[in-house]
Ligand binder design. Structure first.
Ligand code: NDP
Length: 329
């Protein structure tokens, strides 16, 4: 029997795109072999772009946004999942070309799902969300480069945001000395509470970078791009590495080859959307073990399902601190 469910839906006409909270029914669910009752979702930067239409994130209309969610399997014909399993979905184009988590129900391919790892519940999974999982992918990239806590300070940019705040918490738990940059120096106590040894104003990274600057950082996780990233690269120590995951400042990268050919630095591109399932499982397991869950309480807050459209504006304006957790009614 077809059942009705509540969902945000983005439609498009000649006047542009518009997002409404509406009632859908099971016939609106998209193709897939696993149907999920969504427990929690969250708001990511990309969701902000999708809901506001500030960037053409949505590739198919009408569509339910929400690039990640956690919930319980209602029905499955996929070999790895059965009714009652707790699962996490993030990426794979969900919330962009396939309906996503801003709904009470979702249907997706089981190949895109991971089980909620032991030690986490569905709420904690979304307190982490795509942003936290991207932070862990970034940490894993730096580890595979061979960066160790004794090598020197690790810089995290956009530290008050979703990716940045979780990155600070993970790195400090792993024993790294973390320096956080932020445009919100009033969040200094928040960031030191997460484990940052030092908090610096991002204004110092805003000017066009010199080819080489004083060597300061053994490694970095950057969510900003633009001049910020260019300055970070110029300040990396010999042999250092940066994990690059965002464009909160800019898509551009006004740098030179100097830090690469004179200091042997490396850049690692981080993509959470199409990351292979084995890497995802590892990242989620590491999050369950290497993130202090009391920190997760510090860096997350509850957001009402009805508040998602306003939160979309806020995240793009850099007003969201840490991670928003949305209980789907
Ligand atoms: P948030 O909005 O939560 O955090 C971004 C932070 O960047 C802001 O809080 C702010 O931190 C900082 N910031 C904002 N504007 C600027 C600016 N002009 N210059 C320098 N810093 C700025 O977003 P998320 O943490 O969720 O995502 C961060 C970025 O990572 C986004 O670009 C997002 O698209 C990308 N991303 C990429 C993924 C991937 O797969 N590669 C996955 C997830 C996210 P503060 O106030 O502390 O300075």
């Amino acid at each position: 029997m077809s059942e009705q469910y509540q969902a945000y839906q983005i439609g498009k006409n000649d006047e542009g795109q518009r997002c409404v909270l509406t009632q859908l029914d099971d016939s609106d669910l998209m193709e897939g072999d696993v149907t999920i009752r969504v427990d929690y979702t969250t708001i990511n930067y990309k969701d902000g772009l999708a809901l506001t239409g500030r960037s053409p994130v949505i590739r198919k209309f009408p569509l339910t946004p929400g690039i990640d969610f956690s919930g319980r399997v209602i029905d499955s014909s996929h070999a790895d999942f059965k009714a009652g399993d707790e699962v996490i979905l993030n990426g794979f184009g969900v919330g962009e070309g396939h309906s996503g988590g801003f709904a009470q129900k979702a249907r997706v391919s089981g190949d895109w799902l991971v089980h909620v790892p032991q030690g986490l519940n569905t709420r904690q999974a979304m307190a982490i969300g795509t942003a936290g999982y991207t932070a862990m992918l970034s940490v894993m990239a730096l580890e595979s480069h061979g960066v160790k806590p004794g090598d020197g300070d690790v810089l995290v940019t956009g530290a008050s945001g979703g990716v940045g705040s979780v990155a600070v918490a993970i790195l400090s738990k792993l024993g790294y000395r973390v320096v956080a940059t932020t445009g919100r120096m009033n969040e200094k106590d928040f960031l030191t509470g997460l484990g940052a040894a030092d908090v610096i104003d991002r204004a110092g990274f805003a000017e066009r970078a010199r080819p080489l600057a004083k060597e300061l950082w053994a490694a970095a996780i950057d969510v900003a791009g633009g001049n910020t990233l260019a300055n970070v690269l110029s300040q990396l120590k010999y042999g250092g590495a940066a994990a690059i995951c965002g464009l909160a400042e800019s898509m551009n990268l006004p740098t030179s080859v100097a830090p690469f050919i004179l200091r042997g630095i490396s850049m690692y591109g981080i993509d959470s959307v199409m990351a292979p399932i084995a890497k995802r499982k590892m990242a989620w397991q590491r999050l369950a073990s290497d993130l202090d869950l009391t920190m997760l309480d510090e860096l997350s807050f509850d957001l009402d399902f009805n508040e998602l459209p306003q939160a979309a504006e806020d995240i793009l304006d850099g007003k969201i601190r840490g991670r928003a957790v949305v209980k789907v009614p």
